[in-house]
Structure formats: C-alpha cells, structure tokens
Ligand binder design. Structure first.
Ligand code: PLP
Length: 387
C-alpha cells in the first residue's frame, strides 16, 4: 500500500511550538515576572447564560423517552438550526434559504473537507494567511498560487490577471485584521464568475465588524450566488471553540460543469459525517436568539474594547498597524524580523504575541496581537507598549 505522498510537501508547523518554547525558557529564568499573553487566538470568556440554559435543557431532554434523539435528523443539521442561521443572514440582508445551509462542527473542517468534492485545482491563497488553507491544499496535491497581501494594498489584495479555480478569502482577516469593502469583494466575485472559479469565503470573524458599510457575508455581493461558498462558525461569535459548531452555505443554483455543487456536498456529508449533536445544535440555536445574540455581542464589545486599548497604545507609540477596528486582531509593523520583535517584546516588555513570519513571507516585519485577553491585563500590556 501507499500513503499520501503529498504530506511530504507540508512545511514543519513550528510557530506555536517555538513560541511556547521561548516563553517557557523566559518564565523559567524569570519566575517572578508577570508575562502577558496577547498571542491567543482562542476565546477566553465563558459561554453566555442563554446558551448554557439551552445546552442543559437539551441534555435533560435526551434523558427522557420522548426527548431522546439518536442519529441526527439528517447529517445536514436539524431544521430548527438551519432556519435560525437563515434568519441570522436575513437580518444582514443576505437571502439564504435553510436548505442551502449545512451544519457542521466548525469552519476548519468545512474548509478542509470541501476539497473532497473539488477536482485537482489551481488554488489562490493570500499571503499572509491562516495556515490551514495552505496545509489542506498541499495534502490534496493542489497547485498553490499565492497572492501578495502587503502594506501597499492594506493587506487586501485585488484579483490577479491569471486564472485560477479556487480562491480563499478571509474577511475580517486572520492574521492581518483587514476587512474587504463591498466594492473590493465585488471585484473578486466578478473575477470568479469570469473565470468559472469558486470563492471559499471564511466568515469566522464577521461578528467583530462594527462598521455597517462593511459586508459580513459574501452573499451581500451581487453575483456571489453563482461563484461562492461561505464557511461560518459559532467559535468566535459565541465562544464555541471548545463546543464545536459551524456551517457551510452553498447556493442552490451553484453549478460547475453542469453539476450541482450543493447536491455533491449533500452526498459527501451523508457519506462522511453523521451530524453535530442535538445538544450542541440547540446551544447554537440559542446563540442566534435575540437574547443569545445580545449576550454574545456584549462579549464581542468586551474584546473590541481590548482592541481599542491596544490600538491607542500603538498610536501613542507611533507604531503602524492594520486591524483592531472591525477585527479582534491587530497587525503591527515591527520594522524588523518578527522573531526578533517577539524576543524584544517578551524580554523587555514581558508580552507574548505572534510573529508575522509564521503566516507567510509577507508576514515578515509584522506582528499579531489579539484582543482575547482580559481588560486588566490588556491595559497593563498597552501601558508597557506605549511606555
Ligand atoms: N478560520 C479562521 C480564519 C480562523 O482563524 C479559525 C480559528 O482560529 C478558523 C477558521 C477555525 O474555526 P473553527 O473553530 O470553526 O474550526
């Protein structure tokens, strides 16, 4: 037998291992120094009461003869959650029907598994980028074409002149925090339609958008229904990073080579996935209720207060950055190799962040801070940066 040789082409993923190693060495040598971690990409605030109540109620239901559920209604999700997600979209102006929504266990698996229904592809990936896009395509043996995201374009690259089959767009972006406008996204939609390409739109951070003029979904853009899929998640919007629930949207009319994409994905999920647990789906439904959204948006406002604290400190220190306005990520220009800046921040300011070099060649010279800490520690870190 033969294993998948493509795995030999993966780069060693050492970013977070190396960060841990350096932080451990520092804290071992300086046990009394308080190190503040602004490198975390994970949620830190607990689940909101509305979600906890729904999870408990659904668990109790499962312990009764009439409320017990076995295999899910369908692998695509219970109608109550698919309807709730469709309602969530309609509030921001995107018309999505419940039948176009496939509930899954999060954006990472959706974005990775979708490659199973695509043939060998030329795939466009922005650099810097969330590393999973690159690794999953290397595993699939696809041809990778990088599009530079740089300071000059505000880390929001425009479509290239060459044709590709698949395009990854993450807006608000991890790691740069940059957010595409409707006009900029329209250019990508027109490019995808002209080239028969598919856009895979990662909307993991759209709840952090405060500016009402910025699009929260690719389906707010005319023409997206014939070229785009969207990958959503409750992870960052509702603190579900450890609970696990997300969704994929595939417009019912989307076709390539005369084949309906939604039907292919339906078949894929029916064969490879047995659904998200009933309990979690009830929790996700509650996260989208009026009360659940209000509670979760209060948490997002809490994180965005941290982002403001960080960006104000950077302004004071005269350090350039993107993000932090409609995104939990602040991407600062460190003006030196990003691992050198990591060591400087750790040793001199006792702050941990993430070196931009870990996200691609254009991340070199840049550095990611996140808003997922507490107010108290973020303020302390900001004082150290500005001081
Ligand atoms: N997409 C981006 C851009 C992310 O940053 C992350 C997680 O950090 C994910 C997807 C993963 O989301 P999920 O927890 O839904 O798998």
């Amino acid at each position: 037998m033969k294993l998948n040789d493509n795995f030999n082409n993966l780069k060693q993923s050492y970013l977070f291992v190396e960060i841990r190693k350096r932080v451990e060495a520092f804290t071992a040598a300086n046990p009394n120094v308080e190190v503040i971690r602004l490198g975390i990409g994970d949620i830190t605030r607990p689940l909101v009461p509305t979600v906890v109540e729904a999870l408990s109620k659904a668990s109790a239901e499962m312990g009764t003869p009439s409320g017990f559920k076995g295999y899910g209604y369908e692998s695509d999700g219970y109608p109550f959650l698919r309807e709730a997600i469709a309602g969530y979209y309609s509030a921001s102006g995107a018309k999505i029907s419940a039948g176009e929504i496939f509930v899954n266990d999060g954006a990472k698996s959706g974005l990775g598994n979708i490659l199973n229904i695509l043939g060998h592809s030329r795939v466009l990936i922005p650099d810097p980028v969330y590393p999973a896009y690159e690794d999953t395509n290397i595993m699939a043996g696809n041809e990778l074409i990088y599009v530079d995201a740089t300071e000059a374009d505000g880390f929001l690259p425009a479509p290239p002149s060459e044709a590709v089959d698949v395009i990854y767009i993450c807006s608000p972006n991890n790691p740069t925090g940059a957010v595409y406008s409707k006009t900029q996204l329209k250019a990508w939609v027109d490019y995808a339609n002209a080239n028969d390409a598919l856009i895979l739109f990662d909307s993991a951070y759209t709840e952090f958008i405060g500016d009402p003029s910025l699009p929260k979904s690719i389906f707010e853009i005319d023409g997206a229904r014939t070229c785009a899929l969207e990958f959503g998640t409750f992870s960052k919007m509702a603190g579900f990073t450890g609970v696990r629930c997300g969704w994929v949207i595939i417009p019912s009319e989307l076709e390539r080579n005369g084949v309906n994409v939604l039907n292919l994905w339906d078949r894929h999920q029916g064969s490879m996935f047995n659904g998200v647990s009933y309990i979690i789906q009830r929790g996700a439904e509650a996260a989208l209720s009026a009360r659940g959204l209000a509670e979760n948006r209060a948490n997002i406002a809490y994180y965005m207060e941290n982002a403001k604290t960080i960006t104000e400190a950077l302004d004071k220190a005269g350090i350039k950055y993107t993000g932090g306005k409609n995104s939990p990520y602040v991407w600062l220009k460190c003006g030196r190799p990003s691992w050198d800046y990591f060591d400087y921040l750790l040793n001199e300011k006792n702050i941990v962040g993430t070196p931009g070099a870990g996200f691609g060649k254009n991340g070199e010279g840049w550095f990611r801070l996140t808003a997922f800490g507490t107010h108290e520690l973020t303020k302390k870190a900001a004082e150290r940066i500005a001081g």
